[in-house]
Design a protein around this ligand. Structure first.
Ligand code: GLC
Ligand code: CA
Length: 562
């Protein structure tokens, strides 16, 4: 056993240990039956999350938006889209969550706005060289007529990262940069008004009572001066991305001062010295290697950053041991917690991902004509992976429905797809709709209890009925009850704040000891073909799947031992 993380060196703050449940507002609960989830729906279902045992919720965007990227294209950062409700609904949701002892984290999308944002509309109207254009990244095109984009950057969703506009007088005009969809123009973060505006937006939501922010594309705000050409495909969301540096649009040193300013604002909301009052921010930063990503969680910047290396790790014991060790080394070096995650609204659900061949690259969506995953194997591994994750000291994020073992919808008809990836890639990349399907609550109700009508903005696969919340509740073998037990034991055994030692040379097994004031918990994940014996005298506190007839730990199973 080698100690690789010392939990006692950390102050006792909630965000270092929290389990945070991600809600995708469109797909969690629909109160009015229009087929799209909404804030009143969320508020009504919050007791479910208290009973599940999580500490906080993160909600993907619910702001005013034309929904070109499911709300990640914001037209008004201070208001709610009518699809989701009103500002009063948001206040009610926050109040109800707090009543239930759940903290609320909202999504902040600072890299780009919607093209329907008042500032972008003003920029279009005002013309080249105007102060209005300076808040975005407008450039003249290349070539004699300015017919070619200013550089060769590609958009994450496919196609060029530049779109040419038509000027107010009808002439072919300048080009603007969008790292994502053409309806998501990038802000110019060198502009002081952009900085001031987002600081004001932070205040708006903090004053409304939210506990923090998940910051979208946190590594993208600042671009390298001169916008130099960059050949590589943008692999932000599918695949692991190039290892040889990430290009002039990502992870520029200039982003950090933005977050230092934000951290000062967050800190100003808690001058009590009582860390239970901390307001926090979490970085979505697809940055490699871990040591580089750790710069975002220095004490003067983010509290947390998603550990996407963990999400990307293949189902091999050596790779898991490696990522666990590297993650603690990097985060501990800056005094930050490690924030584990296996699924979110951008990636194939881990119950499906882990049912694909181990060496296959992580796909960006799966369609009916693609090789289908082994659903049983995927779920078994997913339960084992989550049981490992939720034992590891630090925080964790859960993606809605993973507690039900939901698979990806891998046979969705192409004509209902809504992720811009599908269109922008010229129908070559399926995209993220398959993980965003509305939640099944009650097997016998219309839309499986998602809302009062049959309507759902994406179709639910047949397999979801048997996985509905009401079908799993009370069934000790269900994934939902496994999650409830894991979250309860994690708290009782104070795992999140513990110290971690890992056994070396354990072949196809990952074995860690987590020691806290509540004692030592041994966690064994068996990725090998044969069974692993439970050490003598140990009590099995929890198993991610059935033990074999001899009481040994079979393949693709995790146990917690006391
Ligand atoms: C982030 C979001 C993703 C969105 C993109 C553009 O990666 O998680 O859903 O499409 O940013 O805002
Ligand atoms: Ca609705």
């Amino acid at each position: 056993m080698t100690t690789i993380h010392d939990g006692t060196s950390h102050p006792d703050a909630w965000w270092r240990k929290a389990v945070i449940y991600q809600i995708y507002p469109r797909s969690w609960a629909d109160a009015n039956g229009d087929g799209i989830g909404d804030l009143p729906g969320i508020t009504s279902r919050l007791p479910y999350l208290r009973d599940l045992g999580v500490d906080a919720v993160w909600l993907s965007p619910f702001y005013t938006s034309p929904q070109a990227d499911a709300g990640y294209d914001v037209a008004d950062y201070r208001d709610i889209d009518p699809l989701f409700g009103t500002l009063d609904d948001a206040k009610d949701m926050v109040a109800r969550a707090h009543e239930l002892d759940l903290r609320v984290i909202v999504d902040l999308v600072p890299n780009h706005s919607s093209d329907e944002h008042a500032w972008f509309q003003a920029a279009l109207a005002a013309g080249p060289g105007s102060p209005e254009r300076a808040r975005y990244i407008f450039r003249d095109g290349k070539g004699p007529e300015g017919n070619e984009p200013p550089n060769n950057w590609k958009a994450v969703f496919g196609g060029s990262a530049w779109t040419r506009i038509t000027e107010a007088d009808g002439s072919p005009g300048q080009w603007y940069l969008h790292l994502f969809d053409p309806k998501q123009p990038d802000f110019d973060w060198n502009h002081s008004e952009v900085r001031a505006e987002f600081e004001s937006v932070l205040h708006f939501w903090l004053d409304l009572g939210v506990d923090g922010f998940r910051v979208d594309v946190a590594h993208g705000l600042v671009k390298e001066a001169g916008l130099p050409d960059w050949e590589a495909e943008q692999e932000l969301l599918g695949g692991t991305g190039p290892d040889d540096g990430q290009g002039p649009m990502w992870d520029q040193d200039g982003v950090h001062e933005i977050y230092e300013a934000w951290r000062r604002i967050l800190n100003s909301y808690n001058t009590s010295g009582d860390s239970s009052q901390d307001r926090v921010m979490c970085a979505e930063a697809w940055v490699k290697p871990a040591s580089r990503a750790a710069r975002y969680v220095r004490q003067t910047e983010f509290h947390q950053a998603f550990n996407f290396d963990f999400l990307d790790t293949t189902w091999r014991a050596a790779d898991l041991r490696d990522v666990i060790e590297t993650s603690y080394a990097a985060n501990d070096s800056v005094g930050a917690p490690t924030t584990w995650v296996l699924s979110n609204h951008d990636v194939v659900r881990h119950a499906t991902r882990l049912g694909l061949p181990i060496d296959a690259p992580r796909p960006n969506g799966i369609g009916a004509e693609d090789a289908q995953p082994d659903a049983e194997l995927g779920l078994r591994r997913a339960r084992a992976a989550t049981a490992l994750m939720l034992a590891l000291p630090g925080g964790s994020y859960l993606w809605q429905g993973e507690e039900l073992g939901l698979p990806e919808h891998t046979t969705m008809p192409d004509d209902v797809r809504q992720d811009p990836t599908w269109e922008r890639s010229g129908h070559t990349v399926k995209g993220r709709d398959g993980c965003r399907v509305p939640m099944p609550w009650e097997a016998d109700k219309p839309s499986l209890g998602f809302g009062p009508s049959e309507q759902t903005w994406l179709p639910q696969p047949e397999s979801y009925a048997a996985l509905a919340v009401d079908q799993q509740t009370g069934d000790e073998t269900s994934t939902l009850e496994l999650y409830r037990t894991m979250l309860r034991l994690r708290r009782e055994r104070a795992l999140a704040g513990g110290s971690l030692a890992m056994a070396t040379n354990t072949g196809e097994v990952v074995q860690v000891d987590i020691t806290s004031a509540a004692g030592t918990t041994t966690v064994i994940t068996n990725l090998g073909e044969g069974p692993v014996e439970v050490p003598e005298g140990a009590t099995v506190l929890l198993a991610s799947g059935p033990l074999d007839a001899k009481g040994d730990v079979p393949t693709d199973t995790t146990v917690w031992l006391g």
